[in-house]
Design a protein around this ligand. Structure first.
Ligand code: SF4
Length: 401
């Protein structure tokens, strides 16, 4: 069967994904005067030569949403937590070059030894979702929950896609980190700390409201009315004390700029156009999209589902474009579509390109460590508590790792 995936123009949606604050001013400008030109015909050869010169001293991690031109040089690929664990399993590598976004590199620094340097090839590669919750806002929200008398019955749970400071907050306040694969088991664990899912305890879920809502309603069987949204710009998050008292899930008002653009109508349009098509989406999508889909899961789950799909079957996938394009190319015997053609690449992920990778590798060869990501000791210690609680959780969905 002819592979029918088509790729939209990147330009319009890249413009639409600009919700973050200026990362250059927040994280420092990188590549001082040495970034190779994107038109340099020798970039591939330069990357190959630098990697070869570094040998086992360097370990390159590539997130599933990275460009092909970068992924070709990755020693391993995966989602954010798998990559951090892969880095931790390579203590002999002096340099971990993380082709992903800032919070991922922080997690890798937390899970690796002090002797290993984690390098982010472009410091402007942030994550709009992670940036929607900063630690000052979360501290303030917690103080308000204390004043409202509900903090003692609330467990904070943060998605992996959050800053190290937010993970540390969860470690300090009896909470846990989760991924899109283990959010259900993490939520069950959190509710168990405050009387169980059937009790009156609460979870403060950071920073992705969609993953929190989808998990609570679809997997834990709660009602939409059990969830309230916490808007950090409003007193009490925009809620009344009564609504907070009644709520079971307090959802931080954050979302992914990419997955948040898919709509229920996109699913309906594909079902009308391609009868029998399988709809597969990431749980960062809105509830209306997830409930309309046939399959929901992490990036690793999406890859495995397509690997196991019948030849000739038709699929439409709602996740980041680089991954969908790669999955489509890997399965020419299946009909693979992208859910919405005005949604585009993750613009911040896409900041890591071949020139930045070459610059980072050649700097390492020259004896400089560029763009090192360092999480301070106390933040590391507390974040590690929340991460270790997650690692101790039982596996609930072995198929969705
Ligand atoms: S795809 Fe969404 S959650 Fe992932 S790095 Fe990009 S903005 Fe963040």
């Amino acid at each position: 069967m002819t592979q029918t995936f088509h790729e939209p123009s990147p330009t319009p949606a890249l413009m639409l994904l600009g919700e973050r604050r200026d990362p250059l001013s927040e994280r420092g400008v990188d590549c001082p005067g040495a970034l190779p030109s994107a038109s340099d015909p020798d970039l591939v050869e330069r990357a190959r030569a630098a990697k070869e010169a570094l040998g086992d001293r360097v370990f390159i991690l590539g997130h599933h949403y990275q460009r092909d031109e970068v992924i070709q040089f990755a020693d391993v690929t995966g989602d954010s937590f798998k990559l951090a664990r892969d880095a931790a399993a390579r203590p002999e590598a002096e340099f971990i070059v993380f082709c992903g976004v800032h919070f991922m590199a922080e997690s890798a620094d937390i899970l690796t030894t002090d002797d290993q340097a984690v390098v982010l090839p472009d410091m402007a590669a942030g994550c709009s979702m992670a940036d929607m919750a900063n630690i000052n806002q979360v501290d303030d929200a917690w103080a308000q929950l204390e004043e409202a008398g509900v903090a003692s019955r609330t467990v904070p749970v943060t998605y992996m896609n959050s800053t190290a400071a937010i993970k540390a907050f969860c470690g300090e306040h009896g909470g846990v980190v989760c991924t899109s694969s283990n959010a259900e088991v993490a939520l069950r664990w959190a509710f168990d700390q405050v009387g169980g899912v059937e009790g009156d305890g609460k979870v403060l879920f950071l920073p992705d409201q969609h993953l929190g809502r989808n998990t609570a309603v679809i997997q834990l069987g709660m009602e939409l009315g059990d969830c309230v949204v916490w808007d950090p710009r409003k007193p009490l998050g925009g809620n009344t004390p009564e609504a907070l008292e009644k709520a079971r899930m307090i959802l931080w008002k954050g979302h992914c700029s990419v997955h948040g653009r898919f709509r229920r109508s996109h699913v309906d349009d594909f079902r009308a156009k391609v009868p029998g098509i399988n709809v597969l989406v990431h749980p960062e999508c809105a509830h209306e999209v997830v409930t309309a889909a046939d399959y929901v899961g992490s990036t690793e789950y999406i890859i495995k589902t397509l690997d196991a799909a019948e030849p000739g079957s038709a699929w439409v996938i709602g996740t980041e474009l680089n991954l969908v394009r790669r999955v489509a190319n890997a399965h020419p015997d299946k009909e693979v579509h992208f859910l919405e053609d005005t949604v585009c690449f993750c613009s911040t992920m896409n900041r890591i390109d071949l020139p930045h990778l070459v610059w980072a590798l050649e700097s390492l060869v020259a004896g400089e460590v560029p763009n090192r990501i360092v999480v301070d000791d106390e933040t590391q210690r507390l974040a590690r508590i929340a991460l270790d609680r997650m690692l101790a959780l039982p596996a609930l969905h072995p198929a969705k790792d």
